[in-house]
Write a protein that binds this ligand. Structure first.
Ligand code: HEC
Length: 153
C-alpha cells in the first residue's frame, strides 16, 4: 500500500535533474540575439580608430576572396545588398555606397567584428584584427566611399 506513494516522489526526483538541464540549456540559445543587440551602439574608442593596415594587392586579393565566401551571399558580390541569402530571408540591406558613407573606418571594423542587429553575424575571434582592417579597406574601395576615421555621423 505504501508503494505508490514512494514511486511518485521517486519519479519526480528522477525527472527533476532532466528539467533542470532543460532550463539550463536555454540561456546559451538566447545569448546571440542579446549580444547582437548590445552591439548596436559602437563604443566611442572604436569610432575614431585609424586603419593601421597598409593595403597591398596581395592583401586586397585575400579580402576579395574572404568577402566572396563570407559576405557576398547577403551584401551582394558588388556590395549592393542584393545577395541570395538577403533575398531569401527578406533582410533589409543597404547598398554599401550609401551606408558606409555614414560610418568611420573604426565603426566598420567594429560592426564586422561584433555584428549588428539580429542579422549581421559577428566575425568575433575567428578573424585577426588585421584581416578585418584589410576588409575595411576593401569595402571602402568597393563602395567608393572615402576613409573617414573619426568622421562618424
Ligand atoms: C546573414 C547575412 C549577412 C552576412 C553573411 C554578412 N552581413 Fe553584414 N549586414 C547584414 C545585415 C542584415 C546588416 C544590417 C544590420 C542592421 O543595420 O541592423 C549588415 C550590416 C553590415 C555593415 C554596416 C553597414 C550597413 O550596410 O548596414 C557592414 C560594414 C557589414 N554588414 C559588413 C559585412 C562583412 C564585411 C561581412 C562578411 C565578413 C558581412 N557583413 C556578412 C547581413 C549580413
Amino acid at each position: 500500500m505504501l508503494k505508490p506513494f514512494l514511486v511518485v516522489p521517486a519519479l519526480f526526483l528522477l525527472g527533476a535533474p532532466l528539467l533542470f538541464q532543460q532550463t539550463q540549456s536555454t540561456p546559451p540559445e538566447q545569448t546571440p540575439p542579446a549580444a547582437a543587440q548590445t552591439t548596436s551602439t559602437i563604443p566611442p574608442e572604436f569610432v575614431g580608430k585609424p586603419n593601421p593596415v597598409k593595403p597591398t594587392p596581395e592583401l586586397q586579393d585575400r579580402a576579395k576572396k574572404f568577402y566572396g565566401w563570407d559576405c557576398a551571399m547577403c551584401h551582394g558580390a558588388n556590395g549592393d545588398g542584393k545577395g541570395d541569402v538577403a533575398a531569401d530571408q527578406k533582410l533589409a540591406l543597404s547598398d554599401f555606397h550609401d551606408s558606409l558613407a555614414h560610418l568611420s573606418d573604426g565603426e566598420i571594423f567594429y560592426i564586422i567584428q561584433n555584428g549588428k542587429g539580429k542579422n549581421m553575424p559577428p566575425e568575433g575571434d575567428r578573424c585577426k584584427p588585421d584581416v578585418i582592417w584589410n576588409m575595411v579597406t576593401y569595402l571602402r574601395k568597393m563602395s567608393n566611399t572615402p576613409a573617414t576615421p573619426g568622421a562618424a555621423e
